[in-house]
Design a protein around this ligand. Sequence first.
Ligand code: MG
Ligand code: MG
Length: 625
Amino acid sequence: MHRSIATVSLSGTLRQKLEAVADAGFDGIELFEADFINFKGTAAELGRIAGDLGLSIDLYQPFRDFEGMPEAQFRRSLERAERKFDLMQAMGAPTMLCCSNTSPLAIDDPSLAAAQLHELAERAARRNLRVGFEALAWGRYTSLYGQAWEIVKQANHSHLGLILDSFHTLSLKDDPAGIAAIPGDKIFFLQMADAPLLSMDVIQWARHHRSFPGQGDFDVIGFFEQVLRAGYTGPLSLEIFNDIFRETPNRRTAVDAMRSLLYLESEARQRLAKPSVLQQVTLFDPPPVPALSGLSFIEFAADEASAATLATLVGQLGFRRIGRHRSKAVTLYRQGDINLIVNAQPDSFARQRFEAHGTSVCALGVRCDDPLAAVGRATAMRSQRHDSPVGPNELRVPAIVAPGGNLIHFVPEMLGADGLYESDFILEDEGAGANDAGLQRIDHVALGLALDQLDTWVLFTRAVLGLEPGESLELADPFGLIRSRGVANADRSLRLVLNVSLSQRTRTARTLSVTGGGAVHHIALSCADIFETAAKLRANGTRFVPISDNYYDDLATRIDIDPALLSRMRESGVLFDRSPAGDYLHIYTESFESGLFFEVAQRVGGYDAYGALNAPARMASQAQD
Ligand code: MG
Ligand code: MG
């Protein structure tokens, strides 16, 4: 499809926006009028700049408060339209967006609206331009696409059509199913936007909180599917008003934007079994989402000194050193199915990360059925592939760069538990270590993200890794709010938790200022009996975040817990959460350098979350240390 984006969706000057959009591979733009009004140059110059960048100007928008007006206002608006048509002709924009009237002067008369729009279309037709009519969710008398379509039908002019915007339809919970019955050639333009589900005024929601498809909670794929079923073959465009995007570097936003359209097309393609639809448009067809089955390893970036500190720390956590790398200063530690790699190799990717961010996680290894296909999917979705130097007899494990710069390796499932490590490491004597604390596998990895990275990560994990986001929660830190959202694969073998600080003063924000964002904030490891494991870890020298007695008093009032269990939790500092499906018992270690810490967790039954309600207990305790 012809892929387009409204200039309002990005930060920067108009020229910077166009350059970012062109670099990201877009075919065209919607010109947001305010961007032109403040542009130092003529309409013809803008048309040339866009043309030189290989971009068409697909739409001039918005033209407001036009239809259903008293005669005097209507005549003045026609003159206003003529001046806009002059500009459109000079820059080469074929279509103008006219959004439904919000003026208090508007008259509730669809026939009058149709007659006035007919006149506007007649003026446009004289210049071989077109007008698209869009129902704004807060339009005074026209707020639904069905109402706008009735007016367009009644106006009955070849140069007047309908403009659809997923935000206006989905924010009002209107049913998009009727779109499929509209003739495709009467839909002149399609604007797509997603949004988080919020209960707030629709204008505020629309102007500040829209997001790219795949970043929010709307069924944007279902909406797009109806438009394709209608036979629409025009531009697929993004119109996103978002406070954060206005501040985010526009090149990053443009890549996210393109990824969102590729994701939307590929998901819609899977739903459209009907070949006749696919014969009319070409929808992006990337390699399928990889089948992932949990984390094979977590790799830390270190130097010699911090590698020694980490060795002590993971030893206290019950890990045993089981291997040294054949050619590099890299050490492998294991407990249960958990592999931790400490990379202190000079002149390596890990060392670069260490120098930039201190001791920190620099890579995750994800088990995968077909690593090359997974990398193919990722690059098709505009992620970058990463190739590390490989020594003799070592395996090349394909990797991609995640937002923020860490690596994700795709470890071939067929290698089994030791295959990867046997080739790259000299493995030492097997068998349980004396410090083994019963930690079994990696339950989840929590990332601390800068505010403008949350949407990026939600879309990245969805489009590239096939993970689905869970509920978005707001948690109180003593110094501000944290937003937390889990993403996981279908069988829950791979879980990530995305945490964003809404304040500069929280611990998460301070961790971010050390690490630059996109950093692993904690690693949760699972066990079968948290009391036994915690006792063993304490005996090994692990220190846990102390929890206030008041927490347990309160817990007993909220949840009906066996008193014996409650007193065991109180004694050992274990936190508790219960859902209808099961329970979650967990405990946090004290943090080391750069704020990273571990969590030990026991899931009981079908508990599917992350104990987020207990995070404030941890954060408050950490703040009182
Ligand atoms: Mg719109
Ligand atoms: Mg956690």
